[in-house]
Design a protein. Structure first.
Length: 527
């Protein structure tokens, strides 16, 4: 039996008075009763737009739904509170000035007609059902006082408050660590079984689809390319696009390069970090302050041309480590030796020369590129500041060479960042780092926001640049598959400390620390 049926759904958006762009092109699929359907595909494939149409949330002033399109829920076109949705980013969906209890209670009062006391009691029950610890204490907390995983649990509580029969989950775990991701997936599966709900799970992660879905619908550029039982689609796909997506992800399951010979690994380290510490003084109430240990005695070495993967959950100290190495945070203790010279002990003027030799690629290329500068200006700026090249004509020749290295045309210099896709923007960010000819790149979650095929392109680019230029990488990520593909060594961090450091194959094949084993067990496994 079909709970939801989509027939010939077509959606276009008005660009201006005379122009429209077709986002969804006559798609059809269904969601059975008490089943999970995964809607998979890359950014721009039409997944979220289709979900918004099902919810009736598209702006009629901007979106045009073809009159022949049909969205049928349990035999009729009526939907109302029978369908609920969880969005990708809870912090942008929760109101920061209201407590979580007030926000859930508002839903109950508005849609279920409950009075204040009754709504509060039901809110406590919902918070307990979704696994919020100590609901009686947390009910009056604000969203900013909760972790990312807890915020997503609150969003789920709001979604199930009205007893929906269909839950639409739009990339609900993309921003979460692997262990929190597993908890949220288990929670959704348990709620589905307990409540007899159907789930439409939107994702670009095929491993997640394999883990959670009964049926899979694959979308590309507004069209359904393949649909069927999850096991069939994800193990024996018939469509070339589905096969290409699976091949991109499968490539990450193994390392691209063989481990370096012993002689290479025994060379003097390019970077040696000893007992690095970083503490923050946090305000705890009006008068009290407390010390937070973000890094505790972190030690490792990095050889020329090698990659150190750094993994761990949010709050483990991964990003703080990268920023402290580059002196973007002031270290509280320890040393960072670059070819034997301690970067932390250098005066600012002396450090400037080393600053060029270590660069960072940030996670979000949308935020790290100046939207008011052309790509040419973005790449020329560091060359001018560090006086590389005799004049702007010489510098522009360097810019064109760098763009060619990252696979972009010279004509890109005249365009602005918003005119490029996410993957292209990350290529521009990499080119900007390369302007200073660094020897070490810190990659801070630099592919986590990208679709699987774009992710594969950027990873291949990083490895090609490493082979060509002898770069060393500190590769920070919560995606354990990506780290396995990239790293020669892996360092596992928890609560600011290193719990395990080993060669990639040794760590993945025979992890020694219980926390490492827990991280690896939480990885989604395709098939």
């Amino acid at each position: 039996m079909k709970l939801l049926e989509i027939r010939n759904l077509s959606i276009a958006f008005r660009v201006d008075r005379h122009t429209t762009v077709e986002a969804v092109k006559g798609i059809s699929f269904s969601v059975p009763h008490n089943a999970t359907v995964a809607l998979v595909g890359e950014s721009g494939s039409g997944k979220s737009v289709s979900a918004m149409a099902i919810m009736g949330l598209l702006d009629p002033a901007a979106a045009i739904i073809d009159p022949d399109s049909r969205i049928i829920f349990d035999g009729s076109a009526m939907r109302g509170k029978d369908i609920a949705m969880i969005f990708q980013e809870p912090m942008s969906s929760l109101n920061p000035v209201f407590s979580i209890g007030a926000q859930i209670a508002e839903v109950l009062k508005l849609h279920m007609g409950m009075r204040t006391a009754q709504a509060r009691r039901r809110t406590l029950e919902l918070l307990e059902e979704v696994g919020i610890p100590d609901p009686a204490q947390r009910i009056d907390a604000y969203p900013s006082q909760l972790s990312g995983g807890q915020q997503q649990r609150v969003m789920i509580a709001m979604a199930i408050a009205c007893e929906p029969r269909l839950l639409i989950a739009d990339e609900p775990t993309t921003a979460l660590d692997v262990t929190i991701q597993k908890q949220i997936l288990q929670l959704i599966a348990e709620l589905q079984q307990r409540r007899g709900m159907s789930v439409l799970f939107i994702t670009h992660d095929l491993d997640l689809a394999a883990e959670i879905a009964d049926h899979v619908v694959v979308m590309c550029k507004g069209e359904v390319r393949e649909a069927g039982p999850a096991k069939q689609v994800l193990t024996t796909p018939t469509d070339d696009y589905t096969r290409a997506l699976l091949d991109c992800r499968a490539a990450l399951a193994t390392r691209r390069r063989a481990p370096l010979p012993a002689s290479a690994s025994e060379a003097p380290p390019l970077l040696e970090v000893r007992q690095l510490r970083k503490t923050f003084l946090l305000r705890d109430g009006w008068l009290r302050r407390r010390t937070f240990h973000a890094l505790e005695n972190v030690s490792f070495t990095l050889a020329r041309g090698q990659t150190l993967g750094v993994v761990g959950e949010s709050g483990s100290g991964k990003t703080t480590l990268g920023l402290t190495l580059l002196r973007l945070h002031q270290a509280s203790g320890g040393s960072v030796l670059f070819e034997g010279r301690d970067l932390l002990a250098m005066p600012v003027r002396e450090f400037q020369a080393y600053k060029r030799r270590m660069q960072i690629i940030f996670q979000n290329p949308y935020a790290s590129l100046n939207p008011r500068f052309t790509v040419g200006d973005i790449l020329l700026e560091p060359l001018r500041i560090h006086r590389i090249g005799a004049d702007d004509r010489v510098r522009m020749a360097i810019v064109h060479e760098l763009l060619e290295k990252v696979g972009l045309p010279a004509a890109a210099t005249a365009r602005y960042p918003h005119e490029f896709s996410g993957g292209q923007r990350q290529r521009i960010a990499i080119a900007r780092c390369l302007t200073l000819r660094p020897e070490i790149l810190v990659c801070d979650e630099s592919v986590s926001a990208l679709d699987v095929s774009v992710q594969a392109q950027v990873l291949n680019l990083l490895q090609d640049l490493q082979d060509e230029l002898g770069l060393s990488y500190i590769f920070i990520s919560h995606d354990l598959s990506v780290v396995r593909h990239m790293a020669d060594q892996v360092m596992v961090m928890r609560h600011g400390a290193v719990v395990e450091l080993a060669g990639t194959e040794a760590l993945y094949g025979d992890p020694q620390h219980p926390y490492t084993r827990a991280l690896l067990a939480a990885m989604p496994h395709h098939g």
